[in-house]
Design a protein around this ligand. Sequence first.
Ligand SMILES: Cc1ncc(COP(=O)(O)O)c(C=O)c1O
Length: 409
Amino acid sequence: MADEREAMTKRPVLPYGHQSIDDDDVQALVDALRGEWITQGPAVRRFEEGLAEATGAKHAVAVSSGTAALHLACLAAGVRTGDVGMTSTITFVASANAVRYAQGRPVLVDINPETGLLSNADLEAKVADLSREGKKPKVIIPVDFAGGVANLPKVRQVADGVGAVVIEDAAHALGATYEVDRETFRAASCAHTHMAILSFHPVKHITTGEGGAITTNDDALYQELVDLRAHGMVRDAARLERPDEGPWHAEQRTLGYNYRLTDFQSALGASQLAKLPRFVERRREIAALYDAAFSRAPLSGQVTPLKVRAGVASSYHLYVIRVTGATDEAASSRRLRLYLALRDAQIYAQVHYFPVHRQPDFVRAGHGGGEFRGADAYYAGCLSLPMFPAMTDFDVARVVDVVGTTLAS
Ligand SMILES: Cc1ncc(COP(=O)(O)O)c(C=O)c1O
């Protein structure tokens, strides 16, 4: 009995996501803190070069969060008062809030409940609805949900039809790839988009504490983003309106922000980035273990793992299962039972996400409501199980065991 109690109290807590920080990451951060520059120095540039190399995009602009990245991308895309920005209703609120920060109007799009990704049919239907009102979206923000990649060529085709800018929200997808006509592309490479954003929050693939970046292949957008990140200030003599003020002169060209990432965060980010292939490989191994367990009796039919779109190699920011049920209500009550059983076992699953169209603040602001059958069906049964590189195979077995004893008994 005492042994059992001891074993129980020793069971480590399993969150749904967690950072992996090694001694060499700590050393990189400490070295930066002891250096000459702790902000606006060379470590930021080095991290940006690493991000450009890792994604295959021409430029990367490091900023203070993924949310700041989305805000600046919307501004650089030209979103202004009343402009429409479209994104998926199953996403973190930041994807839609970015449009609101720029005084735009978010139009939420339904998802395919099997993949969690933007529904192309609903996107096209809503673009057509807007045209009937004589409007066009200024930006479309497809979300690479859970580490899968949205159908970017399709979104680009729709966007090109109405002159919209495509901003890939790749906060979940660093390290993922997708195929188009048998050619492989990397998430956030901007091969089919104008810009992409990344987040370095601790549950993401690599972390800087808080942090984010925008990638682009477009030189003009890049310059705009660099300016907006730091107050809209310009120092380059060739771009000054008042070049004769003196050699010290800098001037505000546009209304920008202080969204800079520090040098010590960038040094941590560069150190983490070197481990990205290993982190993604381990995430894929964990996903394969879960997939195998959920594809055989007694769990097959009780839960359905989120599908990865054909041609995509997910980088598994999240491992999402959909708890099945005869109705949405039945799935929802089984999901609650599973969540509580996992929590009793010190396993902290999470729901990603409560649909944006139902968020009270969106409803109050007039951006909610409408019919979202795919999102509502998905939300009823979705649950994100623990997924982070430091998990052991035994940790995965622990999770699977609780899922089995709760749902298959
Ligand atoms: C899809 C998505 N976009 C944007 C963000 C915002 O990133 P950050 O937390 O770095 O501001 C997140 C954060 O969780 C996210 O999940």
